[in-house]
Design a protein around this ligand. Structure first.
Ligand code: DC
Length: 228
C-alpha cells in the first residue's frame, strides 16, 4: 500500500455504497475505486470475446488483459471505456451485474485483478467500494465500513435508480435478483461478501444519503487526521 489513507466500503447491492463512495471521494478530493465495475467489465469483455458463460480460464485471461479507462463526459457524468469502446450504459444493466457476480466467484478471476485494484491506492487517498475491500484487497484500510439496508429498501432503491436512467424494471423481479446475487456473493468460497471483524456496520435503511455521508466523513476525519 502507498501509505495514503484508504477507506474500504463494502456491502450488498442497493445499500448506497456507490453513491456514498462517489460523494466521499469527491468531497475529500480522493481517488475512487469502483471494484464492482471491474467485475462487470470482465463479464462484458468475456461476452465480447464470445466466451462461454462457464469458461473460467478464458475469463481469467480476459481479466488479466483488461484495457479499461474511467472518465467523465462534459456534464461530469461517469464514462467507462473497454478496449476503446464506451460501455457506460451496458455496464450498469442488471444483467451485467448478475454476470459479474458469476465471474466474481472464480478465484482465478479475482486474483487476476487484485493488484490492479491495489494500484488505485494513491495520494491523497482512496475510497474503495466493493464486497471484499476491507477483508482481502485492503486489509489494512484506515477505516472499514459495511453498509447495509433491508432487502426491501435495497430493491426499492435499485428500482428507482433504474427508472431514473430510463430503464424498465419490475420491483418483484428485482427483489428476487438481488436476493439471488446476495446469496451467491455471500456464500462463495473465495472473498465472500462479509463485514471485516474491524468494520463499522452502518444500516442505511432509515437514513438519507446526506446523513450517511456526513457520518462517514466524521469517522474519516477522526481516523485520518490531516488537512481537509
Ligand atoms: O457492486 P456491483 O453491483 O457493481 O458488483 C457487481 C458484482 O461484482 C457483485 O454482485 C459481486 C461482484 N463484486 C465482487 O465480487 N467483489 C467486489 N469487490 C465488487 C463486486
Amino acid at each position: 500500500m502507498s501509505g495514503s489513507p484508504v477507506i474500504a466500503i463494502d456491502g450488498p447491492g442497493g445499500a448506497g455504497k456507490g453513491t456514498v463512495s462517489r460523494r466521499l471521494a469527491s468531497q475529500l478530493g480522493w481517488n475512487l475505486l469502483d471494484s464492482g465495475a471491474l467485475y462487470r467489465l470482465v463479464a462484458l469483455a468475456g461476452q465480447r470475446a464470445g466466451l462461454a458463460a462457464d469458461d473460467v480460464s478464458g475469463h481469467a485471461r480476459v481479466a488479466r488483459s483488461l484495457q479499461v479507462r474511467f472518465g467523465q463526459d462534459e456534464g461530469g457524468r461517469e464514462q467507462v471505456w473497454l478496449d476503446g469502446r464506451e460501455v457506460t450504459a451496458e455496464l450498469r444493466l442488471e444483467a451485467t451485474g448478475a454476470a459479474a457476480s458469476r465471474v466474481a466467484a472464480w478465484p482465478d478471476v479475482r486474483s487476476a485483478i487484485l493488484e490492479m485494484q491495489r494500484h488505485f491506492a494513491r495520494a491523497p487517498g482512496l475510497v474503495a467500494d466493493g464486497r471484499d475491500m476491507g477483508t482481502v484487497v485492503f486489509p489494512k484500510a484506515d477505516l472499514k465500513v459495511f453498509l447495509t439496508a433491508s432487502p426491501d429498501e435495497r430493491a426499492r432503491r435499485r428500482h428507482k435508480q433504474l427508472k431514473e436512467k430510463g430503464l424498465s424494471a419490475n420491483l418483484a423481479a428485482l427483489s428476487r435478483e438481488i436476493a439471488e446475487r446476495d446469496l451467491r456473493d455471500a456464500t462463495r468460497a473465495v472473498a465472500p461478501m462479509v463485514a471485516a471483524d474491524d468494520a463499522v456496520v452502518v444500516d442505511t435503511t432509515d437514513l438519507g444519503i446526506d446523513e450517511v455521508v456526513s457520518r462517514l466523513l466524521a469517522m474519516i476525519r477522526e481516523r485520518c487526521p490531516g488537512p481537509r
